[in-house]
Design a protein around this ligand. Sequence first.
Ligand code: FES
Length: 129
Amino acid sequence: MPELLKPPEPQALCRSDELAERGTAVVFDVMLWRAPARAFALRFDGRVVAYLNRCAHVPAEMDWNPGEFLDDTKEFILCSIHGAVYEPAGGHCVGGPCGGGRLMVLDVEEREGQVYWYPSADIQPAFAD
Ligand code: FES
C-alpha cells in the first residue's frame, strides 16, 4: 500500500496588513531542493501571491532593493538584473530575457488577518538552528 503523503503544514508568513496593495514584498528564507533560497510575497489586485526570488533567466534574486519587485507602473514584477518582466498574478514571463519561463509559485492562503504559505516537494521551510 503506498505511503500516504501528509498534507503540508501552513507556515505563518506575516500579518495581512503588512502587505499593502502593490507595495513592498515580504521576503523570507526557504530551502529549495535542500539549499538555502529566498522567496517573496506581495499583494496584487487584492490577492497575495508568492514566488521564489529567482529569475527564470539566470538563477539570481530579482529585487532592486530588498522587497522591491514591481516596476515604476506597479503593473509588473521586474528583474533588476537584465530587465525580465513577469505578470504578478501568475508569475509568467511577459517580456525581456526570461524566454517564456515562469517564476516558481508558492501556495499561499490568507485568513483571519494572517498570511500563510505552504511547503511543497521542492520548497521547504528554512529552520533556524
Ligand atoms: S537574471 Fe533576471 S533578467 Fe537576467
